[in-house]
Design a protein around this ligand. Structure first.
Ligand code: SF4
Ligand code: SF4
Length: 248
């Protein structure tokens, strides 16, 4: 396996463009990391994500935006929204919206509390999905994003099995591994991921952990957050603000 952490952002963009045929954009559009490499003193970004579970209303605008932006194949999801219903007896029931209308069916019965939890790839620092890839097609970029080189992926599904968050899938059309990319092509244009842009409640927050003044960094200093399955040592980079203890 190659040491993919050494791939430059420019190499990554070329790989993505070659693999999908979709992600072609001018390399003159540089993010802070490349500007730093170019010597203008800007700090290299390290991208991460937060979900404010007190703000999500389950409208699924994020799911629609993701599918439209990334031309996601029907029936698989780069991001999804789960509904948690906690009964007075402590029973936890979870369901998720699908791309068949993106609505949650009305639920019967009384609940002690209910809330929505958007999910996506956690872009783990210790990404077990990448570690099991037999051809080195899955890799972490220097700016903190976990990607799959579509040109080299052989669709074996090992990474899908390895991900403890259910964040990867084998695309039924391409037969390659698919997942959230943080809309890497949009980052190159200085834009936030499509789901973040689409959320009417600002329940999804994206930003640079290396910038102490980014909205994300400020929120993480001010608010209580939890990570999903931190005991696994994957070092996920999706921070869930005020997450209920029932969510794992
Ligand atoms: S959430 Fe899953 S697919 Fe995403 S980086 Fe972590 S282990 Fe890999
Ligand atoms: S768009 Fe925002 S409020 Fe609507 S479901 Fe997604 S995260 Fe929740």
């Amino acid at each position: 396996m190659t040491d993919d952490r050494n791939r430059s952002r420019r190499e990554v963009l070329k790989l993505l463009a070659a693999g999908s045929g979709l992600l072609v954009f001018p390399l003159g559009t540089l993010l802070a990391g490349e500007r730093e490499a170019a010597g203008d003193g800007a700090r290299a970004p390290y991208w991460a994500y937060a979900v404010d579970t007190t703000r999500c209303i389950g409208c699924c605008a994020c799911m629609r935006a993701c599918r439209d932006e990334n031309d996601v194949t029907a029936g698989v999801f780069r991001t999804w929204v789960e509904r948690y219903r906690i009964g007075f007896d402590g029973e936890v029931r979870v369901d998720a919206a699908t791309d068949n209308g993106y609505v949650f069916e009305p639920a019967a019965g009384e609940v002690a509390r209910a809330f929505f939890v958007p999910k996506l790839c956690n872009h783990c620092e210790k990404s077990v999905c990448n570690q099991v890839c037999p051809v080195g097609a899955a890799f972490n970029t220097p700016d903190g994003v976990v990607l799959v080189d579509q040109k080299h992926c052989i669709g074996c599904g090992y990474c899908v099995q390895a991900c403890p968050y259910g964040s990867r899938f084998i695309d039924p059309k391409t037969h390659k591994a698919g997942k959230c990319t943080f809309c890497y092509h949009r980052l190159a244009e200085g834009l936030a991921p499509a789901c973040v842009h689409a959320c009417p409640r600002e329940a999804r927050i994206f930003g640079d952990l290396n910038d102490p003044h980014s909205k994300l960094s400020v929120l993480l200093r001010q608010r209580h957050y939890r990570l999903l399955k931190p005991e696994l040592g994957t070092h996920p980079k999706c921070y869930y603000l005020e997450l209920d203890r029932e969510v794992v």
